[in-house]
Ligand binder design. Structure first.
Ligand code: NAD
Ligand code: MG
Length: 359
């Protein structure tokens, strides 16, 4: 079992990573304020893991209520959130009752937002079951639901009390979802951890084969990077923006294709390459570095070419991104492998050429 901490003063919390973490009562119980919890999960994850967590808690005299949501990004909305609030009201949950998110990032974001708003802030714990949630969304306290016309537009910063990552859950995850999570793993190497990027080049097949040591290492190293960034900049005034490498392009791909054909991680993979193409044209990255990024993404089974969206349409969707500040498009770019910067000064012709190179 591996343990690390997100260092946020009074709101610091541990991240536990390992096999069997879902049923390790000694990790969870110290983080419950009262012997009550409301488990939030979805219809796919519930049959796989709900009973084992419920049984573990009930064996230790914790009252457990649960709510099973429909599965899918399209349900990350008010109507579904109402189901969580209804359960909290129906079961007379208190302000000290812990909400537990058991599932991927959709469940995690909704549970976190429910916890942030329930009685003005209730404790919550993350039990992420997708690779993406384990290395990214469960850490850092961003919670949100979607607006029909904008992803993650309604949300709050609300940190969990603990993050419990059971690497065994990846065994049931569809391979395509595993690959999508790897895009965010590779991202950490690219933005701030060159040694990790090198390590991934040596271990990509082992991680994809879910070899326990390499998988746990990749998750821990990703969480460590995310935890350091979040500790330095909890509410994204500065450094945290670097975590958006590839995301402005990626969101344009997701929006432009109607959120059906592309998984987030797949769009981010192409987005990171578009950012690298911009960096190349600015002389910040050389051809061999770009080739290494592309090579690693290919080995992870991720796409390296975007959908055939016209450049103008990509730019249109990019302009609607949350990262637009004062009307200016701010992009995360690379100055070598392991070093990222935010800039608002990309010449339009360079941007267009970079997008075209990957469309
Ligand atoms: P997801 O939650 O939709 O999960 C992907 C699919 O895998 C779903 O069908 C889910 O039911 C299924 N699943 C989950 N665990 C499983 C398991 N162990 N075995 C089998 N199937 C399993 O998608 P995701 O990629 O985990 O998360 C994406 C969401 O996360 C998006 O809504 C995104 O906005 C959000 N996100 C949030 C943050 C943040 O900082 N809060 C960061 C990144 C992403
Ligand atoms: Mg992401």
């Amino acid at each position: 079992m591996r343990e690390l901490a997100v260092d946020l003063g009074e709101r610091s919390y541990p991240i536990f990573i390992g096999s069997g973490v879902l049923t390790a009562h000694e990790l969870l119980l110290p983080h419950l304020e009262q012997p009550r919890a409301v488990l939030v999960t979805n219809e796919t994850v519930a049959p796989l893991y709900l009973e084992r967590v419920t049984t573990m808690l009930e064996r230790h005299a914790v009252r457990v209520d649960s709510v099973v949501l429909p599965d899918g990004e399209q349900y990350k909305n008010w109507q579904t959130l109402e189901k969580v609030y209804d359960t909290l009201v129906d079961t007379r949950a208190e302000r000290a009752t812990t909400l537990i998110a058991l599932g991927g990032g959709v469940v995690g974001d909704m549970t976190g937002f429910a916890a942030a708003t329930w009685q003005r802030g209730a404790p919550f714990v993350q039990m992420p079951t997708t690779l993406l949630a384990q290395v990214d969304s469960s850490v850092g306290g961003k919670t949100a639901i979607n607006h029909p016309r904008g992803k993650n537009m309604i949300g709050a910063f609300h940190q969990p009390r603990a993050v419990l990552i059971d690497t065994d859950t990846l065994a049931t995850l569809p391979l395509r979802e595993l690959r999508a999570g790897l895009a965010e793993v590779i991202k950490y190497g690219l933005i701030r951890d060159a040694a990790f990027f090198d390590w991934l080049e040596g271990h990509m097949e082992a991680v994809l084969a879910l070899e326990p040591g390499p998988v746990a290492f990749a998750i821990e190293r990703s969480c460590r990077n995310k935890a350091e960034v979040v500790a330095a900049d909890e509410t994204e005034r500065g450094e945290r923006a670097l975590l958006n490498l590839g995301h402005t392009f990626g969101h344009a791909i997701e929006t432009g294709t109607g959120y059906v054909d592309w998984l987030h991680g797949e769009a981010v993979a192409v987005g990171m390459l578009m950012a690298a193409e911009v960096s190349l044209r600015l002389g910040w990255l050389d051809e061999s570095e770009l080739a290494r990024i592309e090579g690693l993404l290919i080995r992870a089974g991720l796409p390296v070419q975007g959908p055939a969206l016209p450049v103008d349409e990509m730019l249109h969707w990019m302009a609607g991104d949350k990262k637009v500040s004062g009307g200016r498009l701010r992009l995360v770019l690379l100055q070598g492998l392991g070093k990222a910067v935010v800039t608002a000064d990309v010449p339009p012709s360079v941007l267009r050429a970079a997008i075209a190179a990957r469309s």
